[in-house]
Structures are given as structure tokens and as C-alpha cells.
Design a protein around this ligand. Sequence first.
Ligand code: SF4
Length: 402
Amino acid sequence: MSAQLNLFTNSKLSFDESIQILIDSVNAIASNYDHWVFAWSGGKDSTTLVTLIMTLIDTGQIKHKPKTIDVLIADSRAELLPLQAGADQISKQLVDRGANVHKVVAEMDKRFMVYILGRGVPPPNNNTLRWCTRQIKIDPMKNKMEALFNRYGSKMLSFVGVRQGESAIRDGRIAMSCSANGTECGTGHLYESVDESISDKLMPILHFRTCVIWDWLQIYAPSKKFGNWETQLLAEAYGAYEEDDPREINARTGCNGCPLASKDVALITILKNPYWHYLKPLLNLRVIYDAMRLPKYRLRKKGGHRNKDGKLAKNQNRMGPIALKFRLEFLKQILQIQREINDHAIENNKPIIDIINSDEEARIRHLIEIGTYPNGWEGSEPMADEYFDIHGNDGTIQKSIF
Ligand code: SF4
């Protein structure tokens, strides 16, 4: 039985063909919308999308110019510095071309460091505690989109930089994973969470291969003819340094020391560039995040606790938040990392990092002072490294022998 042929079955798409498919899809669909919104993570795919579309509008290949173009970028307060600096440069260029750029940030108590150190919630992990992406990236973007919808009063069109390549399209796979190499944290989840009652979605680079992305970012976008886009810092964040080819390194971009990535490839890659070497203390963030998960710093439920419906909770004796006094110690360590980097940055006229600003530090200290814990925890629970009776959720108790 022969396989069913489709657009991508026979041969690889060239750069020009990839761009033409994008132009055709935008011209066919986007002209029905007066208000376009871009979900921009600052990574390679969504940067390609927004800079390419703006260029194609300028060159007249995209026929329809909407009334408004809003570009939303989530400031996770933990972005890799070259990526953040690159996004700042490109933001200015977008504004010069008439776009509204909105940096959206989570409300104070939900920000990465405030949530961990102020409230005591351990760093996210890939299993049961994946709280970060939605809280620090997706929800702020969704809130801003709702505000834009209320202002414009008509359905918008969201451009999402999801890119799966030809093989994934052929296989019918559209993975939304944030943990694979080469992905941008949050973009896939944003695709899933755009509220279709306020905005339709368009993914015009779904078919782009990695080489098309890098041809655009490294060759065409920075050229005068195609817009002089400042994409160099972005390429460096992915490893373009001297002979290195970013497409081979294929780093996954996201937060400094992302606790969900098995290895901090993006940061390690950036550190190979002598200019960014002063960021080396950031490697210690992962060491601190690992420590925060250890029983000796956390509380544990004694056992026997019940849900609101009176039934024994499933997860008896579970470990919980970081105890107050240790949060202060971790805060001190992270501020020390920040100070060390910024002392060097100021001395050498380089960009500074901003992991915990003064408002966030004050808020963290206040939350610790008033004894803030996550819901369901009081702070009177025993430390997790103490001996304890093991409670089963069927009511059985295995007494500690100590
Ligand atoms: S990069 Fe890592 S820490 Fe940051 S939001 Fe994504 S998964 Fe969470």
C-alpha cells in the first residue's frame, strides 16, 4: 500500500518555498482580522515569526495591514540575559515599525522567586510540581489578551510561533512539550491556551525547518534589505559564537537554570562566549534549586490528614514547603549570585542581571516575616528529615522504630 502523498512527502521545502507558504496562508486568512497579536517568547521561532511578518508587510508581500499589531512578551523575571537583551533591542525596532509591544509579568506573589522564597513552594519539577510556565508566562499573556479584546471589541488573530517541521506534520504530531531540545518554553502551551472566543490562531511557520529559521535570523533578517533586525544576541543565546553553529547546538531556551531541563545547555553554551563569561555564577542557581528540594529544608505532613470530604488524603506524609529560616538563607545565596555578576557588569559596562529586584526582595522578606505558607500548610508541621510514622491512605500506620 503506498503512503498518501501530501505537500511535504516528496522533497524538502526550500527557504523560498517555506516563505511563500507563509505568505499565502497569511494573505488568505489574516486579512479578515483588524487586530493581530503575536505571542513572542524571545526565542528563535517566535522571533522569526514576528520579524518576518513585519518585513513582509513592509515589502508588500503581505497585502493586508491590520489596524493594530500587538506583540506580547512574557517577562518571566528569569530569562537568559542575552535573550532578554536581544528581545529589548528587537522590541524597539518593532515599536519603530508601528507595533505595540507589551512586556507582561506575573503579579508579584506569583513571580518565580517570590513564589519559591516568599511562599515556600519548592522549585518546579517535571512530575507533580510543574507550576512555572503557566503561572509566569501563560497567565500574564492571557490576561493581556483579554484586556486587548475588551479594548478592541472584536475577535483578534493570534500568531503563534509553533514549529514542528515537516516530519512532525507528516506524522500528524504536534507536540506541545517544553522539555525537548531546541524548543522555547511556553510557546506550545500558549497555543493550547489561547481562548478561541476572543482570538483565532494562526501558526504560519508550522512547516519551517530549523535551517530556514537560522537562514532568516543569521543571514536575511540582519541585512539592510530585510530590515536590519538585531538578531545577533539571539543567535548568541543559541550558541552562535565563532565557528559554532547554533542549529547544531540546538539549545532549549527559557529561564536561567531551568529546574526542568536535564542540563543547562543554553547557559553553558552562552558561557563559552568570553563576553558573557561573567554570568558563570548563574550555574549555581541549579545547585540551589536542587538543595531546596532536600528533606532537611522542608516540612512534611505528619500523616493522618484528611481532605475536606473527610477521606484520608492520598498522599500521606508528603513533603511540602521550604521552612522559613532556610528561605532566608537561599535568598541570601541568590542575592549574592546577583551581586557578584552585577559588580562585574558595572565595572565592565556590560548588561546587569535582575533576578530579584528591590520590590521583590522586600516582598519576599515580608512574606517570610509574616510566616507565609502554601494553602494547606501552617508551618507547625515537622521537618521532613525527622523520623516519622508512615501513614497509608487506607488508614494503616507503620510506626517509626526510632
Ligand atoms: S524555562 Fe523552565 S523554569 Fe522557566 S518557565 Fe519554562 S519550564 Fe519553567
